[in-house]
Design a protein around this ligand. Structure first.
Ligand code: DX5
Ligand code: ZN
Length: 222
């Protein structure tokens, strides 16, 4: 299993987004994580297609878009056109999860599904063979810089078991929220392979070194 580090630009400096993304690329980041929030599903507002397009122009790394919005299907087409590689939607916002995962793939993107801390992994059982990625939220979505919720570790283990049982060996298990040097190793041991980190990277004195350190902490466990 290889480690993927996905810096979240939610904690970047938008006055110098180009520099921050170039720094991530130089430091060996694997994906760029873009958090879309609508002020309705979550109590915060961020950005949409325009920023996805900007990130797309700034890097060839995969653009990992996390949709924290109601009626996410409204945005699939424009986000795909803007250059998103991965579209991840919340189970809590998607009563027709199976259809929506199919639609994301039709548009040529990888399809991810995600759940809040209070939502059981079992709600993803019937789409486990259809997804490219399960994202486990390790904080309540909406803000960067929150504390990691320890129960997440069980949910990472359950996600890996669910994907294995569905025969979906290629699917990834991503974790988002409160990932730092203190929490990443236990997530990796619990079965996560893709790590979103915002505050830990962008608030660090040396963000480059932080990206490298997060990766090394996992790789040392192999
Ligand atoms: C939270 C977002 C995260 C956020 C993580 O709702 O989905 O991607 O940027 O930030 P940190 O790593 O600071 O917890
Ligand atoms: Zn996110």
């Amino acid at each position: 299993m290889s480690v993927r580090i996905a810096p979240s630009i939610l904690s970047a400096d938008f006055a110098r987004l180009g520099d921050d993304i170039a720094m991530c690329v130089e430091a060996g980041a694997d994906w760029i994580h873009v958090d879309v929030m609508d002020g309705c599903f979550v109590p915060n507002l961020t950005y949409g297609a325009k920023v996805i397009e900007t990130v797309r122009r700034l890097t060839t790394l995969p653009v990992d878009v996390h949709l924290m919005v109601v009626e996410p299907e409204k945005y699939f087409e424009s986000f795909a056109k803007s250059g998103a590689d991965i579209l991840t939607i919340h189970q809590e916002t998607a009563p027709h999860l199976h259809r929506q995962v199919g639609r994301i793939r039709e548009l040529g993107c990888k399809a991810g599904v995600t759940i809040n801390p209070a939502t059981p992994v079992a709600t993803l059982t019937d789409v486990a063979s259809d997804v490219d990625l399960i994202l486990i939220m390790s904080v309540n979505p909406g803000f960067g810089g929150q504390a990691f919720i320890p129960r997440t570790l069980d949910k990472l283990r359950q996600s890996r078991t669910l994907l294995d049982a569905a025969g979906n060996r290629g699917a990834l298990v991503e974790v988002d929220g409160g990932i730092s040097r203190a929490t990443i190793t236990s997530c990796w041991r619990a079965g996560a392979d893709t790590f979103v980190a915002g505050n830990a990277i962008f608030a660090a004195r040396d963000p480059r070194a932080e990206i490298a350190a997060l990766r090394t902490l996992c790789e040392e466990q192999v």
